[in-house]
Design a protein. Structure first.
Length: 288
């Protein structure tokens, strides 16, 4: 797979197809390996566009810097701009889930000129999350696991125990039955066992708290934006989705009432249909 240099960090990526670019950005515990990006979205979207996806820094085959500063959100935004350039485009539509969505929000706030359309899956705007997490007890409690992630070496050791059993159980407990197969988890484990991979992944959480992003707290997001949100997300309450929507001048929010944080695995057909219509500029169906 090709790679590009992002301020000294090698970022692994794939690019397929021609035409306007769609950039796909994964979240925690994922990568290009064993990810819906390759197995589903590229196959679905590639006939229409140039589909580009990356191993975010700290994940998969991309570099895993040791310095926590390297995981500040602003650097991740730079990775996205480098990816768009590596794909041979000046701008792109971006689809992000979880941390990938957070980075996509950052790109929209800092460099809207690089965006055509923005699609977010269960990821709040960073400033919205910081307000909710420290002001509202419900979200503070939902985020408790991320405070444990702040402990270097101990968090990695606990998660690594028994072939990543705790991570697997956590994903199973927070998703609908059947969302992930055992074959999926075998591919995930291969990525997690890469040298320094789990530290790199946890450094996203550590940097967000210890090296807060330098982006506007309440930006004006003017690019067309679609937010898809699994309402049964155990880590993120639905208020985050509503508050993030308020930042958008051309925003649309669709709740999946029976879906969890992993809605693209649970509601694949509906998610794909909405994304295809949105990315093509077609009207979305009425709610209800």
């Amino acid at each position: 797979m090709p790679a590009f240099d992002s301020d000294g960090v090698s970022i692994n990526y794939v690019a397929e197809g021609s035409g306007p670019a769609i950039v796909l950005v994964h979240g925690f515990a994922s990568s290009l390996q064993g990810n819906w990006v390759i197995t589903n979205w590229v196959e679905t979207l590639q006939p229409l566009r140039r589909v580009v996806a990356l191993d975010c820094r700290g994940h998969g085959r991309s570099d895993k810097p040791h310095d926590l500063e390297a995981y500040r959100l602003n650097h991740m935004v730079g990775d996205l701009m480098g990816l768009i350039q590596a794909a041979g485009r000046e701008k792109a539509s971006v689809v992000g889930h979880d941390w990938g969505g957070v980075v996509a929000w950052g790109l929209a706030a800092l460099h809207p000129e690089r965006l055509e359309r923005l699609a977010i899956l269960n990821a709040p705007y960073p400033g919205v999350f910081m307000r909710e997490a420290f002001r509202h007890p419900d979200q503070f409690l939902r985020s408790a696991y991320s405070y444990f992630f702040q402990i270097p070496r101990l968090a990695e050791a606990v998660l690594r125990n028994n072939d990543w059993a705790l991570v697997v159980r956590g994903m199973q407990a927070t998703s609908r039955p059947g969302a992930f197969t055992q074959a999926d988890f075998e591919q995930y484990r291969q990525a997690w066992w890469r040298k320094d991979a789990m530290t790199g992944m946890l450094n996203w959480y550590r940097a967000f708290i210890q090296r807060p992003p330098r982006i506007p707290a309440r930006p004006r997001i003017d690019v067309p934006t679609l937010i898809l949100w699994g309402a049964k997300d155990q880590a993120l309450n639905r208020n985050l989705a509503n508050a993030s929507l308020e930042l958008c001048t051309q925003g649309r929010l669709v709740f999946f009432e029976e879906a969890t944080h992993w809605l693209q695995h649970e509601e694949t057909e509906r998610v794909n249909n909405l994304l295809l219509r949105f990315l093509a500029g077609d009207p979305l169906p009425a709610l209800g």
